[in-house]
Design a protein around this ligand. Sequence first.
Ligand SMILES: [Zn+2]
Length: 91
Amino acid sequence: MPKKIPMRQCVGCREMKPKKELIRVVRSPEGAVSLDFRGKLPGRGAYVCPDPACLAKARKSRGLERAFDAALPAQVWDDLEAQMKGGDQNG
Ligand SMILES: [Zn+2]
């Protein structure tokens, strides 16, 4: 029997996709929002395709704000965008 693949909905395009193909965005208990490439960070998570277009859609539809029940500062969006475009390189 094939293992059931966990599916999650992208907050951008609203499509259900295998969890593995999505990037997890997490809001830590301290309230810091970041991309969670390993899916291991504690906190409340939301999922988005690794595609800047989906991030833009999520931004427009406020999908992440709704998922986190909190406003996301512009800086966080910029960071997410930069991380998505540049992979996991830091500085
Ligand atoms: Zn998407």
